[in-house]
Ligand binder design. Structure first.
Ligand code: CTP
Ligand code: CA
Length: 243
């Protein structure tokens, strides 16, 4: 382990982390994308490996260099939401993951049709095409459903970025999303001008399904700090005392 001060409390656990933004192809050269630096997912993968877990990092499109693969950290690449769904399901079901952390920014929609050839404009006309979209599957909800069907047993962690308002706080929005997703833990990031996206610092609340509001824990710090807190939360789920 790189950091000997971290307890090896996740040794033997298989942790899958998805990171980055998916791209939904429109034609051979164009896509609809979801912006995501991938920093938070990478920090989580590194924190998990540091605590002794066997990490499978499934990367969509990121804006930071890939970490080095090690004995504890394996990397797969995907592009679209459908590819991410397939890779994540396989990791949960066939590879029997103990934990899946969904930090990936999944495009909610994809173009209905993929043009085999580059879409050209008519130089004579001023018209523009209309792009029909269809919904992508919700990967996290799919994992929740398959768990309830007994197909896997992974502890499921979702991430959400929300902007609060005077009417509804970020934590309230997060609680609603946690209920609708049905995952075990939801990390809610407060989106602000200098927070979260592409930045190293973050402000987040860890919400647990079925927990009282008082049991929520808030984390303000770097993405690595949040990653370590999440690992402690995951270790406590497995009831492993720190070594
Ligand atoms: N997620 C997913 N599959 C999708 C969309 C989102 O697995 N098709 C996951 C994300 O990886 C994240 C969590 O769901 O862990 C919350 O993502 P978010 O975009 O906040 O949720 P949505 O249900 O898409 O809600 P919204 O309409 O606010 O975008
Ligand atoms: Ca979404």
């Amino acid at each position: 382990r790189e950091n000997e001060t971290e307890p090896a409390d996740l040794t033997g656990k298989k942790i899958v982390v998805t990171a980055g933004g998916t791209r939904e192809a429109l034609d051979p050269v164009r896509y609809l994308g979801n912006r995501s630096s991938g920093k938070q997912g990478l920090a989580i993968a590194l924190a998990a490996a540091d605590r002794g877990a066997d990490v499978h990092l499934i990367l969509a499109h990121t804006e930071v260099p890939d970490p080095d693969e090690t004995e504890k950290l394996r990397i797969s690449r995907v592009s679209s939401a459908l590819e991410l769904l397939e890779a994540t399901e396989r990791a949960a079901i066939e590879d029997r993951a103990d934990v899946v952390v969904m930090t990936a920014a999944v495009a909610d929609f994809r173009p209905r049709d993929l043009s085999e050839t580059k879409i050209k404009k008519d130089p004579e006309a001023q018209d523009a095409p209309t792009i029909d979209l269809v919904r992508n599957p919700d990967i996290l909800k799919t994992l929740v459903r398959k768990k309830s069907e007994g197909k896997h047993q992974a502890f499921l962690v979702g991430f959400a970025a929300e902007t609060g308002s005077p009417e509804q706080s970020v934590a309230e929005l997060g609680r609603l999303k946690l209920e609708s997703k049905g995952c075990d833990v939801l990390v809610v990031n407060e989106v602000g001008t200098d927070l979260v996206f592409g930045k190293d610092r973050t402000a987040a609340t860890l919400l647990t399904r079925g927990a009282e509001p008082g049991e929520e824990s808030e984390v303000r710090g770097t993405k690595a700090d949040l990653a370590r807190r999440l690992m402690t939360r995951i270790a406590s789920h497995f009831n492993i005392p720190p070594q």
